[in-house]
Ligand binder design. Structure first.
Ligand code: SDX
Length: 433
């Protein structure tokens, strides 16, 4: 969306002086428009990891990293987690407003109507090896949807709302089917009488020999966890979805790429690595102080997983809610998880340590979510899949916004070249190793 300048900055390079407009967003953050920099001065900016670079203007999600604020379309994430179901937040992100009761009922019916996958797609699962990671299956299945619903790819008039609703519904089914495949149990089909999260939990845990596949606390926890993950402005995977969408690729291809980006341990894959870290600490009886010391040691590649964030330089508001939810689910099961004790000890130790304080390192969304998934019976290799199901509406909202933004250009960053200068080819007989 075109932005209105509120002032200007001057960049002086050699004899060039370039006046660059300064824009201000609706929450006061400011940005310098350098879109004429290279053309006017022959110079580019250099910002590895885009730590200081805005890729777009967006009206979807606002984060204040210093104050620990997260809002979707102006609503605070804690307010939404407390007062909405996940499908209301999916509606809010993809359509711009919370649904009325009638709109929610219609949306819920559509999600149910499109919750099945083509029977030929079900066949795909039987050809994956047992040990296949569900994130690999998820990404492959999503891009395969473009074969089963080709209308989107051919840009024929296909109601994009329908495509979006179909994808939000089917991702949950694909995820549950991949889990059933991994444990050798028969796939469980979605039911017309279950709502979004109940259907997911039923597809995950129902079986011919299991009486009660899920509890009301698990439904509440699933709704809240999916809401916590629903969007997070221009994070790594959302930026990938935008980059792929900017080339004109269809929604399924863009989301499939986003799933792959999320899989990385520094991003959504961290929730899986947090549990593996806690299990290892518990199994070896490693002292928490020793773990913290290792995380601080620059010579050691180990990082305290679930800690630190590119944007939050304060407590991730989602981590606060996830911690309370974790304690609630464990209490409801009337169990005790020693890994939660270790996690809370690690958090206390790190937050009191100058190394973490000086770098503003706090628990992020991934630190406590895995413990809750584990308590619900969701296996570790499905944790990032849970993240993806939650993040899907956010990715879609970012993709739709990009498509409707007149300022959108194909994403194609520049570089500073540091390779060899021009040289000519030697005949192969003259080349030396
Ligand atoms: C998500 O961007 C998003 O919005 C992502 C996300 C979303 O909702 O989409 O919020 C989801 O991805 C959460 C993050 C999950 N990842 C982890 O928990 C992995 C562990 N965290 C780190 O790897 C790290 O904090 C990152 C990747 C999250 C952020 O990395 P940055 O912003 O590039 O920061 P950095 O690596 O440059 O760290 C700055 C300093 C360094 O020390 P110095 O070189 O200054 O001495 O802090 C240190 C780092 O070594 N540091 C850590 C640390 N995280 C940063 N030291 C120990 N343990 C850590 N976890």
């Amino acid at each position: 969306m075109p932005l209105e300048p509120i002032g200007q900055a001057t960049i002086k390079i050699d004899e060039h002086e370039l006046a660059c407009p300064i824009f201000r967003g609706s929450e006061g953050e400011r940005a310098i428009d350098i879109s004429k920099l290279r053309k006017e001065t022959g110079t580019i900016t250099y910002d590895p990891g885009f730590m200081n670079t805005g890729s777009c203007s967006s009206a979807i999600t606002f984060i204040d990293g210093e104050k620990g604020i997260l809002r979707y379309r102006g609503y605070d994430v804690a307010d939404l987690a407390e007062n909405c179901e996940f499908i209301e937040v999916a509606y809010l992100l993809t359509r711009g407003s919370l649904p009325t009761a009638e709109q929610k009922s219609r949306y819920s019916g559509l999600l149910n109507q499109h919750s099945m996958i083509h029977e030929d797609m079900r066949e795909f699962f039987s050809h994956y090896p047992e040990h296949s990671h569900p994130m690999a299956i998820l990404s492959a299945m999503v891009v395969s949807l473009s074969s089963f619903y080709p209308e989107l790819g051919q840009n024929r008039h296909e109601d994009l709302d329908m495509t979006v609703t179909r994808l939000i519904s089917k991702l949950r089914t694909i995820a549950a089917f991949s889990y059933k495949k991994s444990i050798g149990e028969p796939a469980v089909y979605p039911r017309h009488d279950f709502k979004y999260c109940e259907n997911f939990l039923n597809m995950m845990f129902s079986s011919p020999v299991r009486k009660e596949p899920f509890t009301p606390v698990m439904v509440e926890a699933t709704n809240k966890l999916l809401i916590l993950h629903a969007d997070h402005e221009q994070n790594c995977s959302a930026s990938v979805v935008r980059a792929v969408g900017s080339s004109g690729a269809n929604l399924y291809a863009s989301i499939s790429a986003g799933i792959c980006a999320l899989w990385g341990p520094l991003h959504g894959g961290a929730n899986e690595h947090v549990i593996r870290m806690l299990v290892d600490i518990h199994a070896r009886g490693t002292k928490v102080k020793e773990v913290i010391a290792r995380a601080k040691d620059p010579r050691h590649p180990f990082r305290l997983m679930g800690f630190g964030h590119r944007v939050y330089k304060s407590y991730d508001p989602r981590a606060r809610i996830a911690k309370e939810l974790c304690q609630k689910v464990i209490a409801a099961n009337n169990t005790h998880d020693p890994l939660l004790d270790i996690a809370q000890e690690l958090e206390a130790e790190a937050l009191a340590d100058p190394y973490f304080q000086d770098r503003n390192l706090y628990p992020n969304v991934d630190f406590y979510t895995g413990l809750t998934y584990r308590e619900m019976g969701i296996p570790t290799n499905m944790f990032t899949v849970m993240f993806a199901i939650g993040r899907l509406p956010g990715w879609i909202a970012q993709w739709l916004e990009l498509k409707n933004d007149t300022e959108t250009r194909i994403a194609r960053p520049r570089q500073v070249y540091t390779g060899p200068n021009v040289r000519t080819v030697d005949p192969i007989e003259n080349r030396e190793d």
